[in-house]
Design a protein around this ligand. Structure first.
Ligand code: ADP
Ligand code: ZN
Length: 652
């Protein structure tokens, strides 16, 4: 009998089992685990010889599947060590439920046709195609494909895909989930004659199962997916593309906390293949790596249509008439009116769902709060309720104020997308409008139908949240109005400025994509803000230079490293004590500073009290081993949870 390590999708490490045959690492097996049979994977870790062999159980059987590829296993181990997450929880992301179940009629995946719909390229595009294609099959490299929206990045990276297919390799394309639309798939089909395999959170169990199996068998050649696709067991991966690489949704914020763009680079290094990061507004991390020559930067300087970026104008909202309770300035109103008469389409952007972010009692000042979080309840007037955007708690708007008992005394403060929609309808009663948020567009079918309506010219004014910022090409859309350009700048977290720049740049880039020149208006109460100015002047390099200098001065990422510790628990005192004790035992190392504990901005979330510590270290410092040693010596009460967030993106 052989002794083997088996890893399950649990927070505990490997367990030893016996097997008559020597099974290869990666082999998927079923084994008795507690009272049940569980599916696990033979892991290359050496068995734990301290457990006597007679105590071990034999493996039940092996599954009729190829073993997980060695580089997938290595990647899982690496991510576990980097994020300080249990390796079993990383494995869980690589497996699917019901692995033993086989579909009766499994889906088949047609191979893409390499020369189906080739396009002819401009000289700059051709150059980019050549440089990228030359990297395929030549080992690890990272390229930043940098070009404004509409410059042809997608067409160009399609050629790199074709090149990998010629070498009979598999290709993974990562997209932010909301960009993974029928429009992208249709373009792929136009180029390669078939649809690619897709991977996202809304797949049916059958589709998920068949897709997973066909990735592992090598039948799937090109898969496009959201961040979780990175953990699929490709046996023959030859290229990874991360589109919209700056998008903060690549950071997973629950379970294993990882940055899919960064981990894609790691995966590329382990598998020894090229990575392409594409963006019109690269992240500071990627930009800095390109500056020092670690990444190759390939630039597409202009829009394929020959049109330049829309003209941008700031509307100074400080000077708007007092007392006029309107969120659309007279100038924006005028531009909307002109655009309507010209028969063009307009887009109004506000990145806030619901009707109003705050509801308060006019008679006593009471603000309606979430009982489980330190957050105001957001009014959703269309659905007739108030909702907490952090935990999902909902309630009806009370008839009476719970504090002063006054009836009908609540007023809505501030604006969300529903309120802007209401204002548009009041200003332009005959305009055909569409309200677009993640709720109204929850179903992809609704979204693609609406897209068709827009393309057919049946919509005049679109009003929406960031779901509208990405991936759509509406040729007749010529005016973009940003209702509240300052919104994302508040709160002051590390990337607030960067995110605002990226998002608003992208939103404004929706105007004038095709034949007609576009125009954008930025409504702002801080028109002198550097980011608002850089946006108005379409001056990306100035923004990048200033943001880089600021981060460098403070040794903040990408010039230093950060980790956040979030300490949470039901009891505020025990939780605070645990946080304080952690801070007191923090390691003294030159260059490493530990800030906190401070009450988290969301001091109460889902009924738990939260404190934060922030660890700041030099760039080449081994943060993980320092954190592991530090946390090991602390006894954390079972009622308190400590989460480590390496390279944090959220600071709430
Ligand atoms: P990006 O990904 O940079 O936003 P796309 O690849 O989506 O740019 O290109 C923008 C538009 O221009 C698309 O409709 C695309 O089909 C078209 N396009 C870009 N390059 C070419 C080309 N060489 N030939 C034909 N159409 C092109
Ligand atoms: Zn809540």
């Amino acid at each position: 009998m052989q002794r083997l390590s088996v890893l399950f999708s649990t927070p505990k490490g490997c367990y030893d089992y016996l097997s008559a045959d020597l099974l290869p690492a990666g082999q998927i097996v079923a084994a008795p685990f507690g009272r049940r049979q569980e599916v696990g994977v033979i892991w290359p870790d050496p068995p734990d010889l301290s457990v006597p062999a007679e105590k071990l159980k034999p493996i039940s059987h092996t599954l009729d599947l190829p073993p997980l590829p060695a580089d997938t296993i290595q990647f899982i181990d690496w991510v576990s060590k980097y994020t300080l997450s249990p390796v079993g929880m990383v494995l869980k992301m690589a497996l699917i439920p019901d692995l033993e179940k086989q579909s009766e009629k499994p889906l088949t995946f047609d191979p893409p046709q390499i020369s189906f719909g080739t396009v002819s390229f401009s000289p700059a595009q051709s150059d980019a195609v050549e440089r990228l294609s030359a990297k395929v099959g030549q080992g690890f490299s990272v390229s930043l494909l940098d070009g404004i929206t509409g410059s042809g990045k997608t067409e160009v990276y399609f050629e790199a895909i074709a090149h990998a297919l010629k070498q009979d390799k598999q290709v993974l394309v990562l997209l932010p989930e909301i960009t993974l639309t029928s429009a992208w798939l249709a373009r792929f089909q136009k180029r390669f004659g078939v649809l690619p395999a897709v991977w996202h959170s809304a797949l049916t169990p059958k589709k998920r199962r068949d897709t997973w199996r066909s990735v592992l068998s090598g039948e799937i050649k090109v898969l496009v997916g959201a961040r979780s696709a990175l953990f699929l067991p490709f046996p023959n991966l030859g290229l990874i593309i991360v589109d919209e690489e700056h998008d903060s949704s690549y950071k997973q914020e629950d379970g294993v906390l990882y940055q899919a763009r960064d981990m894609a680079v790691v995966r590329g290094k382990i598998t020894n293949i090229p990575i392409i990061l594409a963006s019109a507004t690269p992240s500071l991390e990627t930009y800095a790596n390109a500056q020092i020559g670690k990444y190759d930067r390939i630039v597409l300087p202009e829009r394929f249509s020959g049109l330049s970026f829309p003209d941008v104008q700031i509307v100074d909202m400080r000077t708007k008439a007092k007392g006029k309770r309107s969120f659309i300035s007279p100038l924006l109103e005028q531009k909307l009116r002109d655009n309507l008469s010209a028969g063009n389409q307009s887009l109004l952007f506000i990145n806030r769902r619901g009707y109003a972010p705050l509801v308060l009692c006019r008679s006593c000042g009471e603000r309606l709060k979430c009982p489980h979080c330190s957050a105001w309840l957001v009014e959703h007037r269309n659905q007739g309720f108030l909702q907490c955007h952090h935990c999902g708690y909902t309630r009806k708007i009370p008839q009476k104020c719970p504090t002063c008992q006054e009836t009908d005394s609540f007023i809505s403060c501030g604006a969300g997308v529903e309120r802007i929609h209401e204002e548009v309808l009041a200003l332009f009663p005959t305009a055909r409008t569409a309200l677009i948020t993640s709720e109204t567009m929850a179903n992809p079918k609704v979204f693609s139908d609406l897209s068709d309506q827009v393309l057919a010219g049946n919509i005049d004014i679109l009003i929406g949240t960031q779901i509208l910022a990405k991936g759509h090409n509406f040729p007749n859309l010529t005016l973009v109005g940003v209702i509240d350009a300052d919104m994302g700048l508040a709160g002051g977290d590390l990337r607030a400025g960067e995110r605002t720049f990226q998002l608003l740049h992208q939103v404004m880039g929706r105007a004038g994509r095709d034949q007609k020149k576009g125009e954008a208006l930025l409504q702002s109460y801080s028109p002198d803000n550097l980011i608002i100015k850089a946006l108005a002047q379409n001056d990306r390099s100035r923004f990048l230079a200033e943001e880089t200098a600021a981060r460098q001065a403070l040794q903040m990422p990408p010039f230093g490293r950060l980790a956040a510790l979030i300490i949470s628990g039901k009891n505020p005192d025990t939780t605070y004590q645990a946080a304080t004790r952690l801070a007191q035992t923090a390691p003294f190392i030159t260059g490493v500073s530990v800030l906190g504990p401070v009450s988290a901005p969301l001091a109460l979330l889902r009924g738990k009290h939260r404190f934060r510590l922030l660890v700041k270290a030099p760039k080449n410092f081994n943060l993980q081993s320092c954190l592991t040693r530090w946390l090991d010596v602390n006894r954390i009460p079972a009622s308190v949870d400590v989460r480590v967030d390496i390279d944090p993106y959220s600071f709430f």
